[in-house]
Design a binder for this molecule. Structure first.
Ligand SMILES: Cc1ncc(COP(=O)(O)O)c(C=O)c1O
Length: 409
């Protein structure tokens, strides 16, 4: 064995059993289970030992692989899903596809950084209610919220459920698929519809690069613009860099800045992780889907409890298992927690009710948000994972059923 093989063998020994592929039934239900193992760590160590640690070939290879998985031409990897939303919106403004002041529809129930980057790019977020069937943006509420300045919709595929994209044919559609890896809408993967589509690879997601995110698109110019915005505004990673260099012959082409950019770059460690993680994804999504379907059946007849089965024409990717309860939410969450089932609110719940909302420049909430309010007051989720099985959720259902009966006079 050479030294590299010895190190790999040590890592395999140290990390035996990881990633966890089968979670013990009596060990509770955590919100997330470690989804990486020795393969990812060996690839990460290999990147570190090579000393090529800043964004390079591994990131490029992962970008191509992820774009291919989504059926898209280009992938631009960044350091988080939040940055993916930011770089996409900034590039749409820079390329003139959106103008400062344009209104962008966004569901009120989503993660905070679906909303904030819209305002950060000089656009106006318009908060829309979510559907009581999917928890994704409600087309009827979106119609009511539109004005003559509405140009785009940020359709969030919440917790693995695909949003109703067909309802927005006359708008620029952007997808926030940060929690929906492997979900399908009308026969095609989510992420294959938007002018640009964002994913997150945070630790607790379907697959992980520790922190990380990506935008996929078929628009070569948009992709180039995102490449410079993610890296200081630099021309360096752009495919059209020769044209830029020719237009500014007096500037050293290695230090030519063409966008008002940020630094949102990922590292080679993240690229190395991603390449291994992608191989695991199809089987893991299949397990999450099976869990989701079985858990919906197990909860279906519990009085006063609403769950969210896969919407017809879609494939649910089972990020987590959301519920709404008619009774006292804190009480049922406490029962579950006491039994080792970790719970938390649904994403940022109704973001209009968060203290940050008044600080979101230009944001408005012109329509009623009754479903978002109900999610805010009565919603929570527990985790789904490739390592869980139908029996895990069935146990949670028993706890909720007992609680529900105890509330019934
Ligand atoms: C819908 C949605 N958008 C954006 C994000 C942000 O992703 P990240 O945590 O990688 O910044 C998340 C995170 O879970 C999310 O669920």
């Amino acid at each position: 064995m050479n030294r590299a093989e010895q190190i790999a063998a040590l890592i395999r020994e140290e990390m035996a059993g990881l990633p966890v592929v089968s979670w013990p039934l009596d060990a509770g239900l955590p919100l997330a289970v470690v989804g990486f193992g020795a393969d990812e760590v060996i690839a990460a160590v290999d990147a570190l030992v090579s000393t090529r640690v800043t964004m390079g070939e591994r990131v490029r290879n992962f970008e191509a692989a992820w774009a291919g998985y989504c059926g898209r031409q280009h992938g631009v990897m960044v350091n988080s899903g939040s940055s993916a939303n930011l770089v996409l919106l900034a590039a749409l403004v820079e390329t003139g596809q959106l103008q400062p002041g344009d209104e962008v529809l966004v569901p009120a129930v989503t993660w905070s950084t679906s909303l904030f980057p819209i305002a950060q790019c000089g656009l106006r977020p318009v908060m829309v209610d979510v559907s009581p069937h999917s928890l994704c943006i409600d087309p009827a509420s979106a119609r009511a919220a539109r004005s003559e300045r509405t140009r785009a919709v940020l359709a969030v595929h919440l917790l693995g459920q695909a949003a109703e994209l067909d309802a927005f044919a006359d708008l620029l559609v952007l997808e926030d698929a940060c929690g929906a890896h492997g979900a399908v809408y009308h026969g095609r993967p989510v992420g294959s519809f938007g002018a640009g589509s964002a994913f997150s690879f945070f630790f607790s997601h379907h697959i992980t690069t520790i922190e990380g995110g990506i935008v996929v698109t078929d628009d070569a110019h948009l992709a180039d613009t995102m490449r410079s915005i993610r890296a200081h505004g630099w021309v360096r990673e752009r495919q059209d860099r020769a044209e830029w260099a020719a237009a500014s012959p007096e500037i050293d082409p290695r230090f030519l800045f063409v966008s008002a950019g940020y630094n949102l770059r990922p590292t080679e460690v993240q690229g190395a992780f991603g390449l291994h993680q992608l191989r695991r994804l199809p089987a893991w999504v299949a397990q999450r889907r099976a869990n989701h379907a079985a858990w919906c059946a197990a909860f279906a007849d519990i009085p006063g409890v609403t769950v969210f089965p896969e919407v017809e024409g879609t494939e649910h990717a089972g990020f987590a298992f959301p519920l709404l309860v008619d009774g006292e939410r804190a009480a049922v969450m406490a029962e579950l927690e006491a039994a080792g089932v970790e719970t938390r609110p649904i994403s940022g719940s109704n973001l209009v009710r968060q203290p940050a909302f008044p600080r979101v420049a230009g944001a408005s909430a012109p329509v009623p948000l009754p479903v978002s309010d109900r999610v805010h007051e009565k919603g929570f989720f527990f985790g789904n994972s490739h390592a869980f099985r139908p029996e895990h959720g069935q146990r949670a259902a028993e706890i909720v059923r007992r609680w529900s009966h105890s509330c019934t006079p």
